[in-house]
Design a protein around this ligand. Sequence first.
Ligand code: 13P
Length: 252
Amino acid sequence: MSRKPIIAGNWKMNKNVQEAMAFVEEVKGQLPSEEVVESVIGASAVLLNGVKFQASGSALKVAAQNCYFEDAGAFTGETSPKVLADLGADYVIIGHSERRDYFHETDEDINKKAHAIFRNGLTPIICCGESLETYEAGKAVEFVGAQVSAALKGLTAEQVAASVIAYEPIWAIGTGKSATKDDAQTMCKAVRDVVVADFGQEVADKVRVQYGGSVNPANIAEYMACPDVDGALVGGASLEPASFLELLAAVK
Ligand code: 13P
């Protein structure tokens, strides 16, 4: 089963308007073919419209980093998935550990967001991942499996097949302490096994699973060589155009 690799930069709450526009202007003519790899930038909500506009005509796809699970209404400060679709976003990252930890998002919220994203014709990049404590207790597979199962609840087989799931161990995020390729493979396979159990083999063969956590141009190739790793979700190393392009170039 061949799945198209997907490399997504997650800028988090970095870059101002000018920096974001300059980045897109620099990379957009140098992206690898869409036939080889999907290139995605996840920008903060206030930058998305500009990034999308600046990227027009190029292979660069755009991801939001969060959205609300209602389309419109009295929800001050929230980002509508309907408006994200309207402005031409492709993906929405949901369930990032920073959102779970700092903003108290629950598995149930994340599941509602996944439904809202599909309802609006967008695709979720659903994050999961365990803490160091859980990892050291040998409970990562169980913990991450429960997160994935909860996030996908009630979605159709077709929706799950189209989803991207990003396994990001919390202890590897922004620490420079990346997971070994064996750990990444084991956990990405565990994620796929949950999809097999909940939705069947055919769906699991289609869903794309990314590894994230201190991925950089020097280590990405070893993750991409793992059979169950279909891409990467990258924070720090996606902030500079040259580094982002190197990450993409590592996908063969
Ligand atoms: P780093 O690549 O900076 O470790 O961040 C990973 C991440 O959280 C991407 O969503």
